[in-house]
Design a protein. Structure first.
Length: 276
C-alpha cells in the first residue's frame, strides 16, 4: 500500500469522524457528473441563479437539488451565506433522495462546531447525506449474484431543504455552494458524491443563488412602484454593463453583483406585474 493510499485512508477516517456520519467520500474523485444547485422547486435546477427575497424577521426555505448526476448513496456539500443577513436555523431531508443527513451549522460563537475548520465560517452549513442508492424514480439498485447492477439511470431530485431567518435588508448577497472536505482546508467549488455499491466517487458542478430584499419594490428599476415593461427595457438597455460603462445603470443591477446580466433580467421577469 503506497504512501498516497495511506494518506487518503487517514483523511477519509478524519472526515467521517468530524462529519458525524457514515458517509464515505473519496477526496480525490476525478470524474464530474451532474449539477447541484439552489432551487425554488425540488425536482430541477433553474437555467440561471434564482433570486430569493423576504422581509427581516421572516423565514426563507431554500432547496438544494441535484440534477443529472450518476447514481449515489452518499454526498457532502456546503451552502454558505452572509450570516448578518441570513441566519441558518435548520436543515431537513423531507422528500429528499437520501433519508439520512447530518448538518454542521457554523455560528462563529462559543461552541461553534466549525471552529477548527479553516475554510468554514459563520453562515456556512456543511451537510452530509447517506442511504440506499436510488435513481430518478426512487427505485433501489439491485445487484445480481454475478455482481452486475441494474437500474443505473441518472439521478435528479432534492438533497435537502435549508431554512434561514432573514435578519437584515440588502440589495444583494450571494448563496454559494462548495465543499470543505477536511479541517485542514481542502475545498472545491463542487459537491462530492459516492456510490458504495460500485465503489466509485465523483464530484458535481454547483450553481448558487442570490438574496435581495431592498425596501424598494424588487425589479422596479425606474422607481414608479410597479414592475412592468419599462423596467425590463431599462435592464436590456444596461445589458452587459458594469460600473464605469457608458450604459451603466446601478438601479438595473437588481442583485447588487456589480453588473447587469441575465440574473437581473430573470429577477425582473419573475416579479413582473408586482406593485407597491
Amino acid at each position: 500500500m503506497g504512501l498516497t493510499r495511506i494518506r487518503s485512508i487517514l483523511l477519509l477516517f478524519l472526515v467521517s469522524v468530524i462529519a458525524y456520519s457514515p458517509v464515505t467520500i473519496y477526496v480525490n474523485a476525478q470524474t464530474t457528473s451532474g449539477l447541484v444547485c439552489v432551487s425554488r422547486v425540488s425536482y430541477s435546477c433553474p437555467i440561471v441563479q434564482p433570486v430569493y427575497t423576504g422581509r427581516p424577521g421572516t423565514q426563507l426555505s431554500v432547496n438544494v437539488v441535484v440534477q443529472g448526476a450518476e447514481p449515489f448513496d452518499a454526498y457532502s456539500v456546503v451552502i454558505g451565506v452572509n450570516s448578518s443577513i441570513l441566519q441558518p436555523v435548520g436543515v431537513n431531508a423531507t422528500g429528499g433522495l437520501l433519508p439520512n443527513i447530518n448538518s454542521m451549522i457554523c455560528t462563529g460563537g462559543q461552541g461553534d462546531p466549525c471552529a477548527y475548520w479553516l475554510g468554514l465560517g459563520p453562515g456556512d452549513v456543511r451537510v452530509a447525506g447517506w442511504g440506499s442508492v436510488t435513481n430518478t424514480t426512487g427505485v433501489d439498485f439491485t445487484v445480481s449474484s454475478s455482481g452486475s447492477i441494474s437500474n443505473q439511470s441518472v439521478t435528479t431530485g432534492l438533497l435537502f431543504t435549508i431554512t434561514y431567518e432573514v435578519r437584515a435588508e440588502t440589495k444583494g448577497t450571494q448563496i454559494v455552494l462548495f465543499d470543505q472536505v477536511s479541517p485542514s482546508g481542502w475545498s472545491c467549488a463542487c459537491a462530492l458524491f459516492s456510490n458504495s455499491v460500485k465503489g466509485e466517487s465523483f464530484q458535481s458542478n454547483v450553481q448558487g443563488g442570490w438574496f435581495s430584499n431592498s425596501s424598494l419594490l424588487f425589479g422596479d428599476v425606474n422607481g414608479d412602484c410597479r414592475v412592468d415593461l419599462l423596467d425590463v427595457v431599462l435592464i436590456l438597455f444596461a445589458w452587459g454593463s458594469m460600473q464605469g460603462s457608458v450604459n451603466w445603470n446601478p438601479s438595473a443591477d437588481l442583485n447588487g453583483d456589480g453588473k447587469v446580466d441575465l440574473i437581473d433580467f430573470y429577477a425582473a421577469v419573475m416579479n413582473y406585474g408586482s406593485v407597491c
